[in-house]
Design a protein around this ligand. Sequence first.
Ligand SMILES: [Zn+2]
Length: 501
Amino acid sequence: MKTIFAILFVSLISVADLAGQGSKDQAASRIWISDVTILSPERLDHIATGSVLIEDGRIVRVERKQRAKKPAGATVVDGKGQFLIPGLIDSHVHLASVPGMGFDQISSNAEMTRSYYKQMPRSYLYYGYTTLVDLGVMVDHQVMKDFRQSPEHPDLYDCGDALVFANGYPMSYAPPEVRFELFSNFIYDPEQASSIPPEYKPEAHTPAADVARVKGAGGICVKTFYERGFGHAKNLPVMSEDVLAEIRKEATRDGLVLMMHANSYEAQKFAADGGVDVIAHGMWNWGDLEKEKEMPDEVRQVLDRIVEKKIGYQPTVQVLEGERVYFEPDYLGSAAIRKVVPKEMVAWFNTAEGKRFKKDLADDDTPDAVMAQGYEKGPIRRDQLVVAYLASKNANFLFGTDTPSGPTYGNLPGLNGYLEMRQLQKAGMSLTQIFKAATISNAREFKLDSELGTIERGKIANLLLLKKSPLDSVDAYDSITTVWVHGTAIARDSLAVDSVK
Ligand SMILES: [Zn+2]
C-alpha cells in the first residue's frame, strides 16, 4: 500500500527529497512547493513565481520571489512550470441525490448507490473542488456523515433543511400524506390551514422558528424557493413579500446567508426586491417576455438591480445541459464520465431503466435532435444572454453547479463543475471572473474567507497544482496534477474511478 502510494506520488508530482522521509504523515506535515506560479485571486495584478510553505494543514509562508531558501525538514514539491491556485469552492450541490436516479431507483439499486457514494467525494476532488456547500432541501444526515468520514473528501458546509413554503415547490412532488413529514422545516401558510395536518402548529413553522432550526443544526445558509412550478405541477403556492422580509430579518440576525431558488423573471425580481444574498440559478424563464428576440428591458432592469445590490449569482447553465444530454446520442460514451462514476453505474445509465428521466423531459413525438435544439435556442440561450449581460457589468458571480439538479445523469460530481466552467466561458464570463467566482467570491459570500479562497498566510492549505494557467484557458481546470486538502497531497490520477488503490 505504502509502496503504491510512493510510486504514484513520485511519478505524478515529481517530489524531490521524498527518500528519507519516514512516513506519509511526516511528509505531509511540512511541504515546500517551490518555483511555482502563484495565482491567488486577490493578487492577480502581481502574479509572481515563488514558493509556498504548508505546515500542519495551513499555509504558513508565501514567498513571491524565485529561489527562496527551502526551510529545514520540509518535503519539496517542485512546482516549476506549474500553477498553484486555491482549492475550488462549489456553493451549490446536493450530495444525497444520486445522478440519474429517482428515489425508488436509489433504494432498488443499493449496491450501485453505495459504490457511487464511496467514489463521490473523490470525484469532486478529482476536479479540484475542495469545499462544497450542500443546499440539501431535506438533509440526509447519513450521507453527510459518511461523506465527512470518507478518507479523502472536500470540506463540507450546508444550509440545513430548506425553508419550503407549505405545499409549494419542491414539497409538492411528495404525496400529501408524507410531504409535511419529509419537508418538516416548511413555512406555515394560514390560508392553507385546511390542508396542513393539525399536528403541525403555526407557531412552530414561522420563518423565525425555521431559521432557528437551520442555525441550531449548524447550517451556514438558509435555502428558500420562489417557484410556481413547471411541467405537470403549475400554479404552486409561493411565499409573500412579508414572509420573505421575515426570513431576511431572521437570517441576518443569525448571520446566515440567504439563498433563493429562482430561475424566472418573476422569481428573480421577487428575490432582488426582497434583498436575498444569493440567487441560486440563472434566469432562463422569461414568461411572457420570451416572445421578444433580444433581452427585454424588464429583464435588464432586474439584472441591473442584482448588480447594484451585489447579489450573489449562480448561473447553473449545466442544469439545462444536464437535461439536454438525454437527447444527445454520444453523451454516455465520454471518457470523462468513467472517471467520476463507477463502471456499473455507467452501464446502468445505458439501460431503459437508467434513461427513465428522459420520459419526463421529452414531448412524445418530438425527435431528439429537435428537443436538443429546443434547449439550445430556448432556456440555454436565455441563460447565456443573462450571463453575458451580468459579466459586462461585473456582477457578483458565485460558482455553484446544482449537482445534480434532478434525477439526471447529465450532472455528475466534479465533472459537472468543469463543464459548468466551460458553459460560463461560452456564455461570456472572462477567465478571471470564473476563477474569482469559484474561489474568493464564494469564500467571502459564505463568510469562509478567513480560512479559504486565496493563497495567504494562515489559511487552510486547500490548494491545487495545475499544468496550465486557469487565466489562459478553461481547460486548465482539467490539468490538475495534485490536490492538497488540509495540507495532505493527493495525486489527481489516484482519485479517478479506475485508479490503483
Ligand atoms: Zn439546487
